[in-house]
Design a protein around this ligand. Structure first.
Ligand code: HEC
Length: 283
C-alpha cells in the first residue's frame, strides 16, 4: 500500500482523516462502520469510493436455514448469513462488503462465526462483529457468508445492515461502484407455549317455548362447522336427525314439531367438539 493513500483531505469538513488500509475490510482496518447502520456516523463506502463503470450495484442480505431463506429467527438457532453483491455491467476485479446485525438498542444481535466464503472475514469494532471482505485475495463472486447464531429469546427484531462494492482493484477509491445501504429486518419467532385448540362454543336458545309446532333454535357458534341437530323425546329416542353446516356467529334453525304428540322434547346440537341440548315443550 502506498503511503500517499494514508492521508486524505476530506473537503466537506476541511478535516484531515487518518486512513488505514481498507482493502482488508473497513472494520478490520480499525476504521469504521460504513454499512449505513445507525452506528455508522453518516459514512458509507461511497463517502470515499466512487465513479466506477460497473453500473447499479446492490447488496442482498439473506438469512438461510439449510439453504432456505427465513423470514423470522428462532432464538439461539444457527443460520447462514449470506450477503450477495451484484452489479449491472462490466467485470469488477473484486467485490467488497460490510454487514452488521443489530438489536433495537444498536448492540450486536446474535453472533457471527466461521466465515465460509473465500476472502471473507469477521472483524470486531466497538463490540460489534462485522462480516467483511478480507484476506489478501480478491473476492470475485460477490458472495460473503458466515454462520450467524440468533440471539437469546426475547431479543426482538434483528436488523441487518449491509453495503456492497464492485471494485476495479486499483488499490484506491476511484473506479468503484458502491451499493445503497440495504437492510433486512428479521423478527423473532414467538413460540406459543399453549397449543391453540379451536373450541367451538355454542349457545342454544329456542322460541317460542312452549311451542305449538314450529320452533326456532338459535345457535351461536364460535366457528363454522358441521352440526347434527337432533330432536329427541323424553325417553331419549332420536326422532329426527338433521346435518347442517353452521356458520360462525348467529344461526337460526327452524324445526317443526307439529307431527309429534304434546310433551317434553330435547333439541340437541352436536358439533365436532361441542354438544348442547335444550328442552322444548310441545303443546
Ligand atoms: C473514509 C474513506 C473510505 C471509506 C468510507 C471506505 N473506504 Fe475503502 N478505501 C479507502 C482508501 C483511501 C483506499 C485505498 C487505500 C487502502 O487500500 O486502504 C480504500 C481501498 C479499498 C479497497 C481496495 C480497493 C481496490 O480497488 O482494490 C476496497 C475493496 C475497499 N476500500 C472497500 C471498501 C468498502 C467495502 C467500504 C465500505 C464498507 C469502504 N471501502 C469504505 C477509503 C475508504
Amino acid at each position: 500500500m502506498k503511503s500517499s493513500f494514508l492521508y486524505f483531505i476530506f473537503l466537506g469538513g476541511l478535516s484531515i482523516f487518518f486512513l488505514q488500509s481498507n482493502s482488508g475490510g473497513r472494520a478490520a482496518a480499525g476504521n469504521a462502520d460504513s454499512t449505513g447502520s445507525p452506528v455508522n456516523n453518516n459514512q458509507t463506502c461511497n463517502t470515499c469510493h466512487s465513479a466506477g463503470n460497473f453500473g447499479t450495484t446492490s447488496s442482498e442480505i439473506q438469512i438461510l436455514d439449510n439453504g432456505t431463506p427465513v423470514t423470522e429467527y428462532t432464538a439461539g438457532q444457527t443460520y447462514t448469513l449470506q450477503v450477495t453483491v451484484t452489479n449491472a455491467t462490466g467485470n469488477p476485479i473484486r467485490y467488497a462488503s460490510q454487514t452488521v446485525a443489530l438489536l433495537s438498542d444498536d448492540t450486536q444481535a446474535g453472533s457471527l462465526s466461521s466465515a465460509t466464503t473465500t476472502n471473507t472475514q469477521i472483524s470486531t469494532l466497538s463490540n460489534r462483529q462485522y462480516l467483511e471482505h478480507g484476506g489478501s485475495g480478491m473476492n470475485s463472486d460477490g458472495i460473503f457468508s458466515a454462520t450467524w447464531t440468533a440471539p437469546a429469546a426475547g431479543s426482538g427484531t434483528v436488523t441487518f445492515y449491509s453495503v456492497g462494492m464492485a471494485s476495479n482493484g486499483n488499490s484506491g477509491t476511484s473506479g468503484d461502484n458502491v451499493s445503497p445501504s440495504s437492510n433486512l429486518q428479521l423478527p423473532e419467532a414467538v413460540a406459543s407455549s399453549v397449543a391453540e385448540v379451536e373450541v367451538n362454543t355454542i349457545q342454544l336458545k329456542s322460541f317460542p317455548n312452549p311451542t305449538q309446532g314450529v320452533v326456532t333454535v338459535e345457535l351461536q357458534a364460535r366457528s363454522s362447522a358441521e352440526y347434527n341437530i337432533q330432536v329427541v323425546d323424553f325417553l331419549g329416542k332420536v326422532l329426527e336427525n338433521r346435518f347442517l353446516e353452521v356458520h360462525q356467529g348467529h344461526n337460526n334453525i327452524q324445526l317443526d314439531l307439529s307431527n309429534y304428540p304434546a310433551g317434553m322434547y330435547f333439541i340437541y346440537a352436536n358439533g365436532e367438539d361441542q354438544n348442547q341440548a335444550i328442552p322444548v315443550s310441545k303443546q
